[in-house]
Design a protein around this ligand. Structure first.
Ligand SMILES: Cc1ncc(COP(=O)(O)O)c(C=O)c1O
Length: 444
């Protein structure tokens, strides 16, 4: 998620920006809405991406930037195998998804091999938001209930039903908490209300309390398997196990949002929910699924998927499950497997985490470092014990000057967030750590 800044939208420009970039920014403002914000605060910082390759992005002057935030370009920007698969499929056919097409069947078979046996059915759509909407609807068709539980700070997409379960967006007035949605505390065992060995079980009781208060009315519980927008929060041990138990005892379905964290990003597992040793009823997939080609999916049990048809409705989605998306998706799966990208995520993630720990020893402002594989966060807290938002942006902006791209996230915008393409190397990580060290020294 980009930061909630508005300065570009309001027209801030810098003098020493190339006329080409300035002209593009102006033309963009002329034809697009201010709500369509870019990553950075000023026209000087804004990156004009001319081309990209692997873990690198290149600006209009040919300068090379290390991309540490692009979990969409999962197997590397412009991955030649994905490009070849898409091109070959486009030369064969790419029509309406209602015709029989072999690509989507082959993809589904391959994808499902990565899931526990009971998750045996795939529904296709075009974005993570659509996947959230579909997951919520499937759950309501299945159990006939219409209230949902989500986590404070969570984000699941920009369509109305997804915004309804996205407290991250319940600010600013346009989106309000609807009556049919109940938000419980994010299970933050670092800064939240429960800490220590039993934090997971303690936080899970909040879910049990809502289920019992809204007796018989809750359809589903939705959460990311590692919380991204809510602040790179690792679910405490035992959390999902306890939550899912309460849900199952009360006919509430469980939805795991793997849109940011799925497809092996955590290294040791293909899906982040596996870190908690649970099997959700419904899983949503997006962003990295086709390396940037628009595609998303919902994976669930057959009887839940069939509830759609039994409800009296067909599931038709013009582009969802089209052959080109399926070809891109299949190339991504094969690249993860054949290039051992999960192992790479583990090894490079380890280098980052060790380096972050070292930085933490030397810098009081670093309060916590955390992550699995290549989904990493550094939490900054200032000397007064408050979230260090300004310092977080300082680090991000100084690293940009060093041509390293990271992002800032979390409800207090004080978490440095890294989720790079999975082909990043240990050497890249060492280089970043060196640059981070220098930037943190400037903060002292
Ligand atoms: C966790 C999560 N779920 C769902 C979505 C929605 O995906 P999309 O932007 O593809 O609609 C996002 C997007 O940022 C996300 O981060």
């Amino acid at each position: 998620m980009p930061p909630q800044n508005t300065s570009l939208a309001e027209g801030a420009v810098d003098d020493d920006v190339s006329s080409h970039k300035l002209s593009l920014l102006k033309r963009r403002r002329d034809v697009m809405t201010s709500a369509n914000i870019l990553f950075y605060e000023s026209s000087k910082q804004e990156l004009l991406v001319e081309r990209a390759e692997g873990q690198w992005m290149f600006d209009e002057e040919g300068n090379r930037y290390l991309d540490l935030i692009n979990n969409v370009a999962h197997v590397g920007h412009c991955n030649p195998k994905v490009t070849a698969a898409v091109t070959a499929q486009m030369q064969k056919q790419y029509t309406n998804s209602r015709y029989l097409n072999s690509a989507v069947i082959e993809y589904s078979e391959h994808l499902l091999k990565h899931f526990p046996q009971e998750l045996n059915t795939v529904l296709f759509c075009n974005s993570g938001s659509e996947a959230t909407d579909l997951a919520l609807r499937l759950s309501s068709y299945y159990n006939g209930k219409s209230e949902y539980i989500c986590l404070k700070g969570g984000y699941h997409g920009h369509v109305q039903s997804a915004l309804d379960v996205s407290p991250y967006k319940w600010k600013g007035g346009a989106v309000k908490q609807p009556e049919h949605v109940h938000a419980v505390d994010a299970p933050d065992a670092f800064r939240g209300k429960h800490k220590g060995n039993y934090a997971g079980e303690e936080y899970a009781k909040d879910v049990a309390e809502v289920i019992s208060r809204r007796e018989g009315k809750i359809s589903a519980y939705i959460a990311e398997s590692i919380l991204s927008c809510a602040g790179q929060i690792l679910l405490p041990p035992g959390y999902l196990k306890a939550v899912y138990k309460y849900c199952r005892e009360n006919g509430v379905l469980t939805i795991a949002d793997e849109v940011q964290v799925g497809f092996g990003r955590v290294g040791s597992k293909m899906w982040a929910f596996e870190l908690q040793d649970v099997v959700p009823d419904i899983v949503t997939l997006g962003k990295p699924i086709a390396n940037g080609f628009p595609m998303a999916a919902v994976v669930t049990r057959r009887e839940i998927a069939e509830a759609y048809w039994k409800s009296g409705s067909q599931y038709f989605n013009t582009f969802g499950g089209n052959a080109v998306a399926a070809a891109a998706g299949l190339a991504v799966l094969k690249e993860i497997e054949e290039s051992n990208l999960r192992q790479n995520a583990l090894e490079v993630g380890e280098v980052f985490l060790r380096g972050f720990e070292d930085l933490k020893q030397k810098n009081d402002i670093i309060a916590d470092v955390r992550g699995f594989g290549l989904f990493l966060g550094i939490e900054l807290i200032n000397s007064e014990g408050l979230p260090a938002m300004e310092e977080a942006y300082f680090v991000r902006n100084r690293l940009l000057e060093d041509r390293v791209i990271i992002s800032v996230d979390g409800p207090d915008e004080n978490i440095l967030k890294l989720k790079p393409p999975m082909c990043i190397t240990k050497e890249n990580a060492e280089m970043v750590l060196e640059k981070m060290n220098a930037v943190f020294n400037k903060l002292k």
